[in-house]
Design a protein around this ligand. Structure first.
Ligand code: NAP
Length: 296
């Protein structure tokens, strides 16, 4: 394969994603701030760079997968960032979850250098990254989207071009509103059932067969009942995403009921030291506030 890909950010998500691109035959260069995390990909044949700038000097396609808005700005636009060495004609794809407005600004900066830019945040968690079954929500120009499709096909099972630059991040914010309000609903419902001494496992099965069925109920309901609070998706990342949601809702001037309440609850859990538990640990707040025992 001739398309040279550079991957920046080898965390829980980035590491398996970069591995899929290498396995698909793309010549791959990687950069990670903590160098140790590059070792396994280097053993599989990836080139390792010392800075984002060095990583992308000859790249056709660059993918960033780092934590928050300021981190993306640093690796893409900073002193040793992608923008300092990227060649005109290249394509940069940011797959992190960040502020949609910041994403649009980054798009403009790359456009000014004749470099294409897509925002392409994902849903599906670490399992989706490992199994290459991510849902990918893309904002940007159609020609850039078409060009990126073969790369997306290595990473996900469902890729949608949502609209212009920033639309992928808006879609991800919508996704997080639904995720957060859904897990709140699961905890609220389980609290009511537990307070009425109802056996919770059959209750979850019954609810899962009807109109209340959801991924959160099917997967997090049983985990909550069994007191399994290890992350799939960490509270501190959802709290970060709900900050982005809040800013986007304020900018749009639309209603922010459930996501405001969710932000408050998840921020409180993070502040009390539970930020690295899974989002199902929201049950702790519902048990405390409702004076009810939900977990076995
Ligand atoms: P993670 O495991 O914490 O990895 C974050 C990565 O970003 C690491 O490689 C880290 O480098 C790098 N990084 C952070 N700040 C940096 C900076 N200022 N300069 C250079 N590198 C920096 O996080 P993750 O779970 O992979 O998440 C990555 C993105 O995907 C986030 O935006 C997250 O919201 C989104 N996401 C995550 C999930 C999930 O289930 N985990 C699901 C969907 C979307 P170091 O190794 O040096 O720390």
């Amino acid at each position: 394969m001739n398309t040279r890909v550079s991957f920046i950010g080898l965390g829980i998500m980035g590491s398996p994603m970069a591995g899929h691109l290498l396995a698909a035959g793309y010549p791959l260069t990687v950069y990670n701030r903590t160098a140790k995390k590059t070792e396994s990909l280097a053993e599989q044949g990836a080139k390792v760079a010392e800075t984002p700038a060095e990583a992308v000097r000859d790249a056709d396609v660059v993918i960033s997968m780092v934590s928050d808005t300021s981190d993306v700005e640093q690796v893409l636009l900073g002193d040793q960032g992608v923008i300092t060495t990227i060649q005109p004609g290249a394509l940069v794809i940011d797959m992190s979850t960040i502020d949609p407005a910041a994403s649009q600004t980054i798009y403009q900066q790359f456009q000014a250098r004749q470099v294409d830019f897509l925002d392409a945040p994902v849903s599906g968690g670490d399992v989706g990254a490992i199994n290459a079954t991510l849902t990918i929500m893309v904002g940007g120009d159609d020609a850039a989207f078409q060009r990126a499709l073969p790369v997306f096909d290595c990473l996900g099972k469902s890729t949608t071009h949502i609209g212009a630059s920033g639309a992928g991040q808006i879609c991800k914010a919508c996704n997080q509103i639904l995720v957060a309000s859904n897990v709140m609903g699961v905890c609220e419902a389980l609290g009511l059932a537990a307070a009425n001494d109802i056996e919770l496992k059959p209750l979850v099965e019954a609810l899962g067969g009807g109109a209340a069925q959801s991924w959160q109920l099917d997967n997090l309901g049983p985990a909550i009942i069994d007191n399994q609070l290890d992350p799939g998706f960490m509270i501190e990342l959802l709290a970060k995403d709900l900050r982005i949601v809040k800013e986007a809702l304020e900018k749009a001037g639309t209603v922010a009921d459930s996501s405001n309440r969710a932000k408050q609850l998840f921020d409180d859990l993070a502040a009390q030291g539970d930020g690295r538990l899974g989002t199902q640990a929201l049950v702790k707040a519902y048990e405390q506030l409702g004076n009810v025992k939900i977990r076995r």
